[in-house]
Ligand binder design. Structure first.
Ligand code: NAD
Length: 908
């Protein structure tokens, strides 16, 4: 049996969010928005087709005897050398033996599948035992073209042989026809592309089926015998249509990967084939086709051996290992499509000595150092004398490969002065496991993430490009890997040495954990607890005493206080305990709590008051004297404890919910008073298994939601470094999210003098409720601003808008209507405009006529939501609708395409 014995993939780490191409170039080429979904892969500045091929081939050779390889084929339309055997560089980088055949397959996007057929043919004929086929492409496309959107960079590698076959080769069929969908002149950087309809209708949809059906006939199979169908086609709809035409159901069709990386040129049929292999099970038949001046089709049957393939990155792994950017200019610079000033230092001579390169080729291209045969010390570079001071043997070294040896960072620097396409230039000393070290350039990393001791892997990269001579020079660079938790150096510990903390209700539950954790980190703690029952009745000293004992047993300092927080005297005593014992109060955690759940009908005043007295009045009673001291000190951290019951509501807890939400109001006001004294006040809404929740949470949840999970954020908010104030956090099980009160933009229903009618309210209900563009408001004065602005005298031409008011735009819309552009148009545009000038209008266009009405339509074709000023700017031509859409200023619901008619239908 012959066939595929291994596979490897490489999609470069960098991904460009396609929307960023549109955001930068949509003003110029609005139509590219139609293909702006997802992200495309792109090479780092030091990557090209060759480096990607090396990466994919290394991945493919994992767990294989690479020296058994007797042929290396490299397929690409973007090889760095037109006349120098690129496959020869690949072979040297992989450190393969010299007595093998290496060949470049080029000049067509199906070069990858052709190379694969040739490899399979050679093995089938018993001419070769193991052939490595790599395909890779980094194509350049003109800025703002569809091709820039469609394409991505990537590489794939397959090993072909007759042992441990994972996918048996069943046969192939090729059609060769000089069909020109695009071409690249020998002296050109960019492809010249022919009309898309022609490419689609005469090319893809005729030639691919011809090859696929030819193969099925040759193998006496039908599409029913095929489990996975692979062929690249960047026209998404056509991709599906061709599969349908071939009789393949949608689940057989392997995705064309537009959203995740884009079409990787010559590599793409193999990239998609690997994607199919990654999810294939033994027995699956895979039919793969590669299109380009004809079409190759190959068929494979997956074997049991696929289960034994050693783990590897593959296409799946490289898709997961990504860094997405919106920086379109960086993308262009990395592809050399813009030329920013690089400075005089960049002009330093870069000529490579071919003599040195040849003599040291295994060291420079293969990262081969030496290992002393006398003492076993590895070293890079290989020298005549062993580096081991106790050995110093002469001419004792045999070649030693470093490329796959694990290594760690010993030292590093980020150099802003050195010339770099992606400053700062990061480099440093790396130490190989088992010995050997050298100064390496680092790549695929950000300075902030690099750490001493971090593991690195070696990667074959372009080190220089000599423009004068058109020469790409390569060497190996270090790629820092994400640190495992246990390897990461500890972050600076947050401590509370010398600080005094008060924790109310610290005799049990959450409060106890806060007190213990604060004490462990050096704080002196007042452990306050009344020691009552869950409903607040009774009292005892034992709860607080016990926690004080626990803290002391850990070597910490603590003092007990048994006062109730529910009286002003109790609050004062609690604070006095801190001041009398240690002279200050740095931290106050208002945590004491009770429950008396009843429905409102049964909620008598006693139960209402008891709960409000502990939670809401309790916070006031303790915070006030503490705040006085904190203000005097010019420092303080205050925590309040709310609850999801208050923030979002809970049945049978009107007393508790009111108290808990009352605390938010308390915080909102206090943060204004506290600001200038470096006193921060924040609120948490915990979820934890305690006495309060023991009969509320189900038992399996009680086991998991330990109070310990809540303490870290509480301590963080109490730390000196925390700058937050006025925030609310939900906390539980190690999950955190911030809650906030948001206010919608609203709209003016009247002119500020006339009282609106109830009907006016009805008419504008959607606009009043619209939360599009809702914001947090910092204080009460700021909350009046939208209202006051709404009734400022409106000028026809306002300074802010540079155009007419929103109402004026709608008043003039019927006049601005262009009936000649409305032939056959039958739409209703609903406009929901927010902000002081906002409101709801709908525009009906039918039978060449336009009618503008105030209010909301029942079934609009397209709904447009915008802020008033943006709307006026857009309608007066100052804001491009596409730019508004892509930046989120314009929101469209319903039929998006119809919204594009607006520009044609009205001349404002
Ligand atoms: P808990 O009953 O274990 O602890 C509360 C402590 O407060 C008890 O030790 C109690 O004796 C003490 N206390 C009660 N009234 C007091 C008073 N007047 N003066 C001094 N101490 C008093 O409950 P817990 O779950 O640890 O609750 C801590 C805080 O967290 C409470 O404010 C509670 O409302 C809040 N909370 C808890 C949860 C949760 O899931 N556990 C959820 C939301 C809010």
């Amino acid at each position: 049996m012959i066939g595929i014995t291994s596979f490897g993939g490489y999609i470069p780490r960098l991904r460009l969010n396609r929307m960023s191409i549109f955001q930068n170039m949509g003003w110029f080429a609005p139509a590219i928005v139609t293909v702006a979904q997802g992200e495309r892969s792109f090479c780092n500045w030091d990557e090209d087709s060759l480096t990607m091929a090396v990466a994919a081939a290394r991945d493919c050779l994992v767990g294989k005897d690479k020296q058994a390889t007797d042929a290396v084929f490299l397929a690409s339309t973007t090889l760095p050398f037109a006349d120098r055997l690129n496959a020869g560089i690949l072979k040297t980088a992989l450190n393969l033996k010299d007595d093998l055949i290496a060949a470049d397959f080029a000049s067509t996007l199906r070069a990858g599948t052709t190379a694969l057929i040739e490899a399979l043919t050679a093995v089938k004929a018993d001419e070769k035992k193991q052939v490595l086929v790599a395909a890779s492409d980094k194509r350049l496309a003109r800025s703002a073209s569809f091709y820039e959107m469609w394409e991505g960079d990537g590489a794939a590698a397959l090993l072909v042989g007759d042992t441990d076959v994972i996918a048996e080769y069943l046969g192939s069929f090729t059609v060769t026809r000089d069909f020109i969908d695009h071409y690249r002149g020998a002296d050109r950087q960019f492809d010249y592309t022919w009309e898309e309809r022609w490419v689609r209708d005469e090319g893809y949809s005729k030639i691919i089926p011809e090859a696929v059906n030819g193969l099925l006939k040759k193998l006496s199979l039908t599409m029913d015998d095929v489990d996975k169908l692979v062929f690249p086609c960047f026209f998404k709809a056509e991709h599906r249509n061709i599969a349908k035409k071939l009789g393949a159901s949608p689940e057989k069709l392997i995705d064309n990967m537009h959203e995740v990386c884009g079409e990787t040129g010559t590599a793409h049929p193999l990239v998609m084939l690997i994607q199919a292999l990654e999810e294939a099970k033994p027995g699956d038949r895979i039919l793969a086709a590669g299109f380009g001046q004809g079409c190759d089709a190959l068929c494979f049957k997956v074997t049991e051996a696929i289960k034994n393939l050693a783990p590897r990155q593959g296409i799946k792994g490289s898709l997961a290992d990504k860094k997405t950017t919106d920086n379109y200019l960086k993308f262009l610079k990395f592809r050399d499509q813009i030329e920013p000033e690089m400075g005089i230092r960049a002009e330093a001579p870069t000529q490579t000595s071919m003599t040195v390169l040849y003599r040291k080729r295994d060291m420079l291209l293969g990262l081969v150092g030496g290992k002393c045969t006398k003492c076993g010390t590895p070293q890079f570079p290989r020298t005549r004398l062993c580096v081991n001071p106790d050995c110093r043997a002469l001419d004792s070294q045999e070649p030693h490969e470093f490329a796959d040896t694990p290594a760690k960072i010993k030292t590093f620097t980020g150099d802003m002065l050195a010339v770099s396409v992606d400053p700062p230039h990061i480099y440093g000393m790396i130490q190989f496991e088992g010995g050997g070290r050298f100064m390496a350039d680092f790549t695929d990393c950000e300075l902030n993430d690099v750490k001493v001791g971090q593991p690195v892997v070696m990667s074959f990269r372009r080190r220089l490009y000599d423009r004068q001579r058109g020469f790409s020079g390569y060497f190996w660079k270090a790629v820092p890997l994400p640190m495992k938790k246990e390897e990461a150096p500890a972050a600076e510990e947050i401590r509370f040495d010398g600080q005094v903390a008060i924790v109310t209700g610290a005799g049990a539950g959450l409060g106890r954990v806060y007190a213990l954790e604060l004490a462990k980190r050096g704080a002196k703690v007042v452990v306050n607890d009344l020691g009552g029952a869950r409903d607040g009745t009774g009292a005892s000293t034992s709860a607080a005493d016990q926690v004080v004992e626990e803290i002391k047993a850990l070597g910490g300092e603590a003092v007990a206080n048994y006062d109730s927080v529910s009286t002003p005297e109790g609050g004062q005593n609690i604070v006095d305990t801190a001041i009398k014992t240690w002279g200050r109060v740095d931290i106050l955690i208002n945590n004491a709590g009770i429950l008396r759940d009843k429905t409102l009908i049964k909620m008598d005043p006693e139960n209402w008051d008891a709960v409000l007295n502990v939670h809401l009045k309790g916070a006031y009673n303790v915070t006030r004297p503490a705040f006085i001291k904190m203000r005097e000190q010019g420092y303080g951290r205050i925590i309040l404890t709310t609850s999801a019951a208050g923030l979002y509501g809970n049945f049978g807890q009107t007393n508790y919910a009111a108290a808990k939400m009352g605390l938010i109001g308390f915080m909102n006001a206090l943060k204004q008073e506290a600001g200038k004294y470096d006193i921060k006040v924040n609120t948490i809404a915990p979820v934890a298994a305690t006495r309060l929740t023991e009969d509320i949470f189900p038992p399996e949840m009680l086991e998991k939601v330990k109070p310990e999970f809540v303490a870290p954020i509480v301590l963080y908010l109490c730390s000196k470094g925390s700058k937050e104030s006025g925030m609310i956090y939900n906390v539980g099980l190690g999950y955190f999210n911030r809650a906030a009160i948001l206010t919608g933009p609203g709209l003016a229903v009247s002119d500020g003098t006339k009282v609106p009618t109830v009907e006016d309210i009805h008419k504008n209900w959607a606009g009043i409720n619209d939360m599009t563009g809702a914001v947090e408001i910092p204080n009460v004065m700021a909350s009046f601003e939208p209202m006051l602005n709404a009734f400022k005298p409106k000028k026809e031409k306002t300074a802010e808008t540079g155009g007419p008011s929103v109402k004026a735009v709608f008043d003039g819309l019927e006049k601005a209507f262009q009936p000649e552009a409305a032939a056959g148009v039958d739409v209703v545009f609903q406009f929901n405009i927010s902000g002081p000038q906002g409101g709801s209008w709908f525009v009906t266009i039918k039978d060449g006529a336009c009618q503008v009405s105030e209010g909301s339509h029942d079934r609009p074709t397209t709904t447009i939501k915008m802020a008033d000023q943006d709307f006026v700017k857009m309608m007066s031509g100052e804001l491009n609708p596409m730019a508004a859409f892509s930046s989120g200023k314009l929101k469209v619901e319903g039929d998006l395409m119809k919204s594009q008619l607006i520009e044609k239908l009205f001349k404002i």
